[in-house]
Design a protein around this ligand. Structure first.
Ligand SMILES: Cc1cc2nc3c(=O)[nH]c(=O)nc-3n(C[C@H](O)[C@H](O)[C@H](O)COP(=O)(O)OP(=O)(O)OC[C@H]3O[C@@H](n4cnc5c(N)ncnc54)[C@H](O)[C@@H]3O)c2cc1C
Length: 311
């Protein structure tokens, strides 16, 4: 309960215009840079090379979300395509995570569909692929419809995210398993869920969210899917690694994903233990929403930033 109240307050305060202005002006110096690899693609390439040298793969998120104009959605798609090309030119696979509302899903479903196809076409042509991040529950249906559109348009490796806190996720998983394109395993990422949702929509107590997380991963693995376990929860990571070992899952069906800059020691331990680790790397100038959610996850992160502000 306390954790949920903390998250709701941080995200509530972050939504206030004066706070946003202040943090946008000074937040980079006081903390955003810990969670964001760079404000431009050149610095991202440097970060990705360093990750590779440390035995980690990456999935790149060009920051941006909830765009309010068609021109912004088109500009975002251009930026994602430019990033894909720059990664490829640097010899790095363009494995991308895209937020549907950055491509205009909240404005016009058809526009978002066309832009997502454009991004997926470029990524796949250059040896990469895309995952559709899952945003707040207003967009779950539309995101799943977008996923099916991309599957139908010839991008069967496109994946999305199941949020363990949503009551609907077990049903969404069954529907995805039933509709998944033939010719390869269903790919998905499982997370706890980062948004503030109503109790009618989402679980609020952590033990039940953790149980739901485990159940989703195990069900998906049993049904033949390729699952990215995306959490910094060391207990869950241990439990699911034990399941994967016990079920003798082939290595290509199991991946661990953690966020850039979060729990670096845990990331190093995973690599040392030989677990396939992909780091989610945000890049770009529009880091405010992403940064706010990271602060909302952990009081110590907020304390660090406030200490910076107050000297
Ligand atoms: C690769 C990846 C992709 C994601 N994609 C999505 C998505 O598409 N949609 C979505 O809703 N959510 C997404 N999330 C976020 C996710 O839903 C959670 O909000 C986030 O991962 C925090 O939950 P946790 O599972 O790490 O567990 P928690 O119980 O929050 O944390 C476990 C441990 O990690 C530490 N920790 C957690 N977060 C932080 C942090 N920010 N800084 C420092 N320490 C921290 C905690 O202090 C605790 O010790 C993603 C997360 C990851 C790792």
């Amino acid at each position: 309960v306390i954790q949920r109240a903390y998250r709701a307050s941080v995200l509530g305060v972050a939504g206030l215009a004066p706070v946003e202005r202040l943090v946008r002006r000074h937040g980079w110096r006081f903390g955003a840079r810990r969670f964001v690899a760079g404000e431009d693609v050149t610095s991202a390439v440097t970060a990705l090379r360093a990750l590779r040298a440390a035995g980690r793969e990456a999935v790149v998120d060009v920051l941006g979300e909830y765009v309010t104009e068609v021109a912004q959605a088109r500009a975002m798609a251009d930026e994602v395509v430019t990033t894909i090309e720059a990664l490829h030119a640097a010899g790095l696979p363009p494995v991308m995570s895209v937020k549907p509302t950055q491509l205009g899903l909240g404005l016009d479903v058809e526009l978002a569909g066309c832009l997502a196809e454009r991004v997926a076409t470029r990524a796949e042509a250059l040896g990469g692929r895309i995952t559709l991040d899952m945003e707040d529950a207003r967009y779950t249906d539309a995101t799943l419809a977008l996923l099916r559109r991309l599957w139908g348009a010839g991008f069967p490796r496109t994946s999305t995210v199941l949020q363990a806190y949503l009551h609907r996720s077990p049903d969404d998983l069954e529907a995805m398993l039933a509709d998944a394109p033939s010719g390869g395993p269903l790919e998905l990422r499982v997370v706890k869920g980062a948004y503030v949702e109503r109790p009618q929509v989402a679980l609020h107590d952590m033990p039940r969210i953790r149980e739901a997380f485990t159940a989703l991963c195990e069900r998906a693995w049993r049904a033949g899917a390729r699952v990215a376990v995306a959490t910094h929860d060391a207990g869950l990571l241990r439990e699911l690694a034990a399941f994967a070992r016990g079920a003798e899952l082939p290595p290509e069906r199991v991946e661990y994903q953690l966020l850039y800059g979060v729990r670096p020691r845990l990331q190093a331990e995973l690599v040392r233990a030989g677990r396939p680790l992909r780091v989610y790397v945000p890049v770009g100038k529009d880091w405010y929403g992403y940064f706010s959610r990271r602060l909302a996850e952990r009081p110590a992160n907020l304390a660090l930033v406030l200490r910076g502000f107050t000297g």
